[in-house]
Design a protein around this ligand. Sequence first.
Ligand code: PGA
Length: 249
Amino acid sequence: MARKPIIAGNWKMNNTASEGVELVKALKPLVADAKCDVVVCVPAIDIPAVKKAVYGSKIKLGAQNVHFAEKGAYTGEISANMLKEYGVQYVIIGHSERRQYFGETDETVNKRTLAALAAGLTPIVCIGESLEEREGGLTEKVLDKQIAEGFKGIEDFSKLVIAYEPIWAIGTGKTATAAQANETIGYIRKRVKKLYPHKNAGRLRIQYGGSMNAGNAKELMAQPEIDGGLIGGASLKPNDFAAIVHFDK
Ligand code: PGA
């Protein structure tokens, strides 16, 4: 079965709720005839307003993180059920910025992913290597560890999305070449199939992320292994994001 492409925006810590609503208002008509899944992953406090703004459109709502406990004494955190109640369908987990600045590890990524799945959310789990790791020939080794430890206990890979984001390409304007991205995503798919052979791994969708934009989306999306994009900077501009969503035009 063909894997449906998925283009997701990661607003990061941008847009107040009212700015987010304006962005979605501008985006809605531009993506009304989208053939792929379209998602915006917004700051948690924007969720109630953006939920209303996306209503009746193609755009699905995502969050940028989720805690792994059902509830309890975790000041400042947000549970999967809290997101779910607000109509959130997707959640980014283990973004490299969270790994770098907020102590996220493969173990916490794994716990968050399992909690999100249990609540019926679709995790978008980020993996990827740093520049030193790529230049040192360690890319596969780093990905192997992230895949082995981050995805333990997952029963059905059709229910999550992986975003392959080489850290050196995020927000730098330096995109992996289409061939590089395709090759590495192909490797990730092979590895997941090998480690988790009977878990629907063939239906796993894998996105590329890292300076994907209106100019390079078409070429990246034409690669057979690339099922979508996780878009930072360009998702803040409705026209640019819409152009990526229409990569097939
Ligand atoms: P970028 O961010 O598109 O701005 O490089 C991608 C991401 O961090 O998800």
